[in-house]
Design a protein around this ligand. Sequence first.
Ligand code: NAP
Length: 271
Amino acid sequence: MIVGTIQRIALRTPHDHGEEHPHYPGPVRILILGGTSEARELAAQLAAAGTDVISSLAGRVSEPRLPAGHIRIGGFGGADGLADYLKAKGITRVIDATHPFAATITANAAKAATTAGVPLLVLRRPAWDADPSWDTVPDIQAAAAAVRTWHGDTVFLTTGRRDLAVFAADDGHRFLVRTVDPPDGPVPPRMTLILDRGPYTVESETRLMREHGVGLLVTKNSGGPMTEAKLHAAQDLAIGVVMVERPPLPPGTAIVAATVAEAARWAVQPG
Ligand code: NAP
């Protein structure tokens, strides 16, 4: 196994396809499509074991938490661009460790891996177990429709800044919105914005919801422990939950792992 140098690559602007990693031949070169805590954990494990690993980030967050190993930032230019990248960089395996709601890059990864003939594994943390008290909806538009018919006052919206536009026409509710970076598109007219990122505790979530008089929580079923505390706080405070279901994986997705350990084993297994 080639032992790659563990180094941090200078941040590049999105869509900068410059050379960010020396191309040297080796039996194993892993590409992790990242942007999640699991992707960072996986990169740390593989890099620490001396595996040649490149993490790819979309470049959406202004100050991303950077994984260990090599890093590239920005889109590939669709599935064809990603397939070209896999071939050009001699990638031997791809791990799609993106967020369960990042459906476009997941679809692109599936197509690109097939085109380039590179094995692909999808690493997906398990969804939160459904609770019968939740109003489970298929997508963010359905969540906005559910909120419109809710007769209370304050909604806690944790679905991310890019999904705020669908709530922008709702002037019947007050919205407590929590995002990592400030929104750059349409937002609800009556909005209190908090910039923060997890992990959160049940205590802090309970305090926040109490302070703002939250009556309804809207969240995606991201799964995982980092942002789970809000569900316990909502339950304790008898606050309603609108839960957006995950988009399906692309048809024919062959290999799915639920844990970083499984993905790490797959990454370096022979054959
Ligand atoms: P998306 O809608 O599935 O992807 C849109 C485009 O962004 C893709 O077509 C691709 O551009 C680029 N892209 C996405 N992830 C990339 C990656 N890891 N490396 C390189 N390019 C990437 O993605 P999204 O929902 O905007 O999420 C963007 C990133 O944020 C993902 O890496 C995801 O893991 C992370 N994230 C998303 C959420 C969420 O709720 N969606 C939450 C937390 C973290 P090209 O077509 O040009 O290649």
